[in-house]
Design a binder for this molecule. Structure first.
Ligand SMILES: N[C@@H](CCC(=O)N[C@@H](CS)C(=O)NCC(=O)O)C(=O)O
Length: 200
């Protein structure tokens, strides 16, 4: 398998999951501005949507969309417990979290990256994001990980998008449970290995 990624982006989430599962994979870096891969290909020929992450299977099929990729990967090794089995209520709960992260936190952060938007407009999006952080603060005051006592693919995703706070000078300490959660996931060996590989 090949993971097409760009540093400091949502592709860190499937990257962490690949390492948590100890799967064999190759990393291919994408320049998100030029849309070129490090091996000189136009990334849009791989993912016509033009964004990371994209997962290339050994048979050449391409899977995109972070929440779909991480569930596909978790199901390769269900014994690792990164996602409940597909036909269970617990899996629906995991999907509820993945959808919340993708639509509320991931997409909710996107305007903060937009250089065309004024600081006044960005402040509106920041406030909306902060209301979701308040909700996460309440949730993580009562549970260790999003879906309960064990780490799941939803935690890899939330950790990834929380990492963008430092790019926007958002001090996560304002939400102590969220900050502790971020630090706990940051300490995982697979997470450290992924961050190190992306810093090369
Ligand atoms: N819906 C996609 C969104 C992916 C996405 O937003 N990727 C960003 C990085 S976090 C990207 O590559 N943006 C570059 C672009 O859109 O040109 C997913 O959840 O995987």
């Amino acid at each position: 398998m090949k993971l097409y990624y760009a540093p400091d982006t949502c592709s860190l989430s499937p990257h962490i999951v690949l390492r948590e599962l100890e799967l064999e994979f190759e990393l291919v870096k994408v320049d998100n501005r030029s849309k070129l891969t490090t091996d000189g290909r136009d990334f849009r020929t791989i993912n016509p949507k033009g964004y990371v992450a994209a997962l290339e299977m050994d048979d050449g099929q391409i899977l995109t969309e972070g929440p779909a990729i991480v569930q596909y990967l978790a199901d390769i090794k269900p014994e690792k417990g990164l996602a409940p089995r597909a036909d269970t209520w617990a899996r629906v709960r995991l999907q509820e979290w993945l959808n919340f992260i993708t639509s509320e936190i991931h997409a909710g952060s996107a305007p903060l990256f937009n250089r065309m938007l004024s600081e006044d407009i960005k402040a509106i999006f920041r406030e909306k994001l902060f209301r979701q952080f308040d909700f996460l603060q309440r949730t993580l005051s009562e549970t260790t990980y999003l879906t309960g006592p064990s780490f799941s693919v939803a935690d890899a995703y939330l950790f990834t998008v929380l990492g963008w706070c430092r790019l926007f000078s958002i001090e996560l300490n304002r939400w102590p449970a969220l900050s502790t959660y971020r630090d706990m996931i940051n300490a995982r060996p697979a997470v450290q290995a992924a961050l190190l590989a992306e810093a090369q």
